[in-house]
Every structure is written in structure tokens, then in C-alpha cells.
Design a protein around this ligand. Structure first.
Ligand SMILES: [Zn+2]
Length: 338
């Protein structure tokens, strides 16, 4: 039997239905995930992140090309290799630095949708162009095919049915790539499985200050999640509180090795935020982000295979992000000669 108390609570809380004066629910606001999930290209306006990592959107997105000198994009069909230019710059820099550290290249998982926002599937966060998932597998020594990038799975670093890292899979290069990512001033958090955090706690020698940024979280045993802070020029971006000082190798980590975090949830299932959020739940600017013009092409705003970012420093070049004229006048390409 339907429990109407919960039904009406849902209606009033989430505004999924709008009531007429007669009180009859008739129209349904489109879900934000539907609107943002349909975007093929970023908003060609100045780069800004709006809202919070799990409730927002962003403008002025830049794409990571499918192939770079030190990276390969995975799951290309999802169209989620977009980010605020500062995130793209950081991922690109990590790909270069990590290669020097002995990590052949990055396999890039999801970043954001072209204009961010909630996604049709997966991820509660990744909405404001400041999050990137990076596989715990270095790039192979060849270019993967499109189909391989759809089908190959990232391999867990854990032992089977265990919360602990498999020592046959863990290498010094894994520590090095995490250490490198944590070394960047704008990287605020790196999410990894608690077992991986524990491995670092047990083995990292020398400076351990960077471990404070490496936070244990569910999942994240086959990829890590790199999150940068709110970029300059994004006053509408809500940051998160700094992680506690110290290496985090304490009671807060020990909790993950108790039964509590893994206990199945009880009580009525709550809907996921992405399944109820409408545009009204997001920052007001997200409407303008949806309505903003698109760039001339994806290539014009994509970091190309030479690793060159199609922008200089913020503010982004007028060429890449000039609003499109109303008529179809060819604009200069952001990448001359291409
Ligand atoms: Zn992630």
C-alpha cells in the first residue's frame, strides 16, 4: 500500500509536481539531471563554478581530449571529460608530473558533463567542474581503441572480499601518483577506499603532511577522486571545510574497519538527490548556464593531443569563449591550423 504521508512529503519537499489552484497535481518540472544530461557542449561564457560539488553547475568548461601525450580518456561515450579550466590544467599537469614519477600516463574516468549539473547515472558530486576520477591503472603502452575504452574495467587494488590492499597490486608508483596529486595547492581532497588510505598510513615514510588530503570513502578502490577547491573568480562556488589536520591515520580511519560503515541501510529507501532535483533546487545561475551559447565546436575548447590548453590564463581567451553571433558567421578557431 502506498504511504501517502511520505508521498506528499516528497511532493512538497522536492517540487517535482506543481499543483493547480484546484490542488490537483498536473505538471512535472523537468529534472535537472535531464536538462544537464542532454548538454553536448559547455556554456561559452566566462568560467565559473556555481553551487556545491553535489548541487551545482559550471560555465566555461574545457574538455580533455580523448588522447594526450600522457593520458587516455575512458568511457568516451559518456561525454564527461569536461571541467573548469583550472581542473583541466591540474589534470594535465598531473599527467606530465606523474609520467616523470614513473606512472606511464593517466587513464581518465569521469570528470563533469559539459555544463556540469546532476548526472543521469552515477556520481552525486562532479557537478561543478572541479572533480576528476583517475584510474589506479597506468596507461598501457599503446592507444586503446574506442571499444576498449568502453569495455575495459578498472581493477580493484583490494584483496577479494577484503577491506585491505592486495600487496601484489600495490606499487610505489601508486603512492607516488597520489603524493603528486596531493602536492598541488589547489587540490583539496583525494578520495580513496579506506584500505588504500590504510596502506598509505602503514607505508609512507618521510613527509606525511599530504596524507591529510587523502580521505577514506566508500568505493574508490579502482580509481581515486581528485577534487580541487573553488577557483578564483567563482564567488558562487561553495567550498567545503578543510580536512582535519594530521595524517588521518587515527580513530577516524579505524572506524572504517568496523562493521558500522558497511551495515546495510535500514528503513524506507530515500530517493537519490539527482532523481528529484529540478532547476529550482540548483543555484539560480544554473538557468543562465543552461541557456548560454555553445562554443563553435568541442575541439575549440578541448585540450588537444599536444597537451596544449586552448586558453591562456584566466580569464579565458575571448576567442574560445566569445558568445556566438546570432547568425552563422565563422569564428576564428581557438586552435589555428587545426
Ligand atoms: Zn569521483
Amino acid at each position: 500500500m502506498i504511504d501517502f504521508r511520505h508521498f506528499w512529503k516528497a511532493v512538497f519537499l522536492f517540487g517535482a509536481l506543481t499543483a493547480t489552484s484546484s490542488g490537483v497535481a498536473v505538471a512535472k518540472e523537468p529534472l535537472a539531471k535531464t536538462l544537464f544530461g542532454a548538454q553536448q557542449l559547455p556554456a561559452a561564457i566566462a568560467p565559473k563554478s556555481y553551487g556545491f560539488y553535489s548541487k551545482g553547475c559550471f560555465a566555461g568548461g574545457v574538455g580533455m581530449a580523448a588522447d594526450g601525450p600522457n593520458w587516455q580518456g575512458m568511457r568516451l561515450s559518456r561525454n564527461r571529460h569536461w571541467g573548469h579550466p583550472e581542473l583541466v590544467r591540474t589534470v594535465e599537469q598531473l599527467s606530465r608530473d606523474a609520467a616523470r614519477d614513473g606512472w606511464r600516463g593517466l587513464l581518465l574516468g569521469d570528470m563533469s558533463q559539459p555544463r556540469g549539473g546532476p548526472m543521469l547515472t552515477g556520481h552525486a558530486s562532479h557537478q561543478i567542474g572541479l572533480d576528476a576520477d583517475i584510474w589506479f591503472m597506468p596507461m598501457p603502452d599503446r592507444r586503446l581503441s574506442y571499444d576498449e575504452r568502453e569495455q575495459i574495467s578498472a581493477v580493484s587494488l583490494l584483496r577479494r572480499n577484503s577491506l585491505y590492499v592486495d600487496d601484489r597490486k600495490w606499487t610505489p608508483a601508486h603512492e607516488a601518483v597520489l603524493r603528486r596529486a596531493a602536492s598541488y595547492g589547489n587540490v583539496e581532497r583525494i578520495l580513496v577506499h579506506p584500505g588504500i588510505k590504510k596502506k598509505l598510513c602503514d607505508t609512507v615514510r618521510g613527509d606525511r603532511g599530504w596524507l591529510s588530503k587523502v580521505r577514506p570513502f566508500w568505493g574508490h578502490d579502482s580509481h581515486f577522486h581528485m577534487r580541487i577547491g573553488c577557483p578564483a573568480g567563482s564567488p558562487g562556488c561553495k567550498g567545503q571545510s578543510a580536512p582535519p589536520r594530521g595524517d588521518g591515520c587515527d580513530d577516524s580511519l579505524a572506524w572504517w574497519f568496523t562493521e558500522e560503515p558497511w551495515r546495510p541501510a535500514t528503513g524506507p529507501a530515500k530517493p537519490k538527490a539527482r532523481d528529484v532535483m529540478t532547476l529550482a533546487n540548483l543555484p539560480a545561475e544554473c538557468r543562465a548556464v543552461l541557456e548560454a551559447p555553445a562554443p563553435v565546436s568541442a575541439d575549440a575548447v578541448t585540450v588537444d593531443s599536444s597537451g596544449a590548453i586552448p586558453i591562456t590564463t584566466p580569464p579565458v581567451s575571448a576567442r574560445a569563449f566569445a558568445p556566438l553571433p546570432a547568425v552563422d558567421i565563422p569564428l576564428p578557431s581557438a586552435r589555428p591550423g587545426n
